[in-house]
Design a protein around this ligand. Structure first.
Ligand code: IPM
Ligand code: MG
Length: 356
């Protein structure tokens, strides 16, 4: 098969980790006789420096004209004072929205080899952590009207949060379909005791649940969910929630696995074209030192193969290689523990390729 991948290396550790993922993709291409063609584009802080905008038109066009996008990470303190309309994060939000990627899947899965790295008690970790956060990605307060104005001699800021039925319905379907391929349990997370958007969310979720009688469905309030994720993470299979709650809960979920550097994500819309990225940020503090963990990005490439390219075998091959390397005791700095072998970002990439 021939597949064109738009590459956004981004900022901070982005270029290092994406470079390793591209080497893995190339190796898979050779092994299974696919041709992966890259079109690399600028987005994020580096694009602001070069072009004065975080998302040049040409970059967006290439995201819209390809088979999928692989992204490292964008942003960093250097651009913290940049005008909000061109901030690095703005690029990410625009790509998500322009590509129509409303469904963001963020798995929280404990690698048994790394269970010691979890900040949770052993008795909790031993019950297992294996769930996925299905986050609505192009609606809610992230994309509502916003303003900062002066009223009565003081500044007042507003961010509008809105959800329409169709936006909720389509993400509900994704959650139930995802659960069907997993342990058939969906927990929808909202703040229906306070917010109108949440009350509508719950209504549409409950309606949709009726079409999936084989799936166990419950509602949970977001504050309680934050608590339950650290208290009893084994109860979760699929969590579905709106954009901002999903942003927050998915960071919490990744943290309890002890290895934020290992977790991939997919963002999809109605077609097969998606965007794939590790869930961690650009980690400017360790950029350029060849110590970042490329596994989250490499597993994102694996997700791309499975969900966008219909290459399940290739995807499983990458996942198995990652497991082998961990079993052999190799660790990047972020997941290092005593008795293990510390390797650099490039060494980790190389080891994974050797284990394909
Ligand atoms: C994420 C990030 C982004 C988000 C930022 C960088 C805009 O935190 O992908 O979770 O809030 O969606
Ligand atoms: Mg986030």
């Amino acid at each position: 098969m021939n597949k064109t991948i738009t590459i956004i290396k981004g900022d901070g550790i982005g270029p290092e980790i994406v470079t390793e993922a591209m080497k893995v993709i190339d190796a898979i291409g050779q092994k299974y006789r696919h041709q992966f063609i890259y079109q690399e584009v600028a987005a994020g802080g580096n694009a602001i420096d070069q072009y004065g905008t975080s998302l040049p038109k040409e970059s967006l066009e290439k995201c819209l004209n390809c088979d999928s996008v692989l992204l490292g990470a964008v942003g960093g303190p250097k651009w913290d004072k940049t005008d909000p309309s061109i901030r690095p994060e703005k690029a990410l939000l625009s790509i998500r929205s322009e590509m129509g990627l409303y469904a963001n899947l963020r798995p929280a899965k404990l690698f048994p080899q790394l269970s010691e790295a979890s900040p949770l008690k052993e008795s909790i970790v031993n019950q297992g952590i294996d769930f996925v956060v299905v986050r609505e990605l192009i609606g809610g307060v992230y994309f509502g009207k916003r303003s900062t104005t002066t009223e009565n001699n003081e500044l007042i800021a507003r961010d509008e949060m809105s959800y329409s039925e169709h936006e909720i319905k389509r993400i509900a379907k994704i959650a139930f379909e995802t659960a069907r391929k997993r342990n058939k349990n969906v927990i929808s997370v909202d703040k229906a005791n306070v917010l109108d958007t949440s009350r509508l969310w719950r209504r549409v979720m409950e309606q949709t649940a009726k079409d999936y009688p084989d799936i166990q469905y419950t509602n949970m309030l977001v504050d309680n969910t934050a608590m339950q994720i650290v208290k009893c993470p084994s109860q979760f299979d699929v969590i579905v929630t709106e954009n901002m709650f999903g942003d927050i809960l998915s960071d919490e979920a990744s943290m309890i696995t002890g290895s934020i550097g290992m977790i991939p994500s997919s963002s999809l819309g109605n077609g097969t074209r998606g965007m794939y990225e590790p869930i961690h940020g650009s980690a400017p503090d360790i950029a350029g030192q060849n110590i970042a963990n490329p596994i989250g990005t490499i597993l994102s490439a694996a997700m791309m193969m499975k969900y966008s390219f219909d290459m399940a075998r290739e995807s499983e091959n990458i996942e198995a290689a990652v497991h082998s390397v961990l079993n052999q005791g190799y660790r990047t700095t972020d997941i290092m523990s005593s008795g293990k072998i510390k390797v650099s970002c490039t060494e980790m990439g190389k080891l994974i390729i050797e284990n394909l």
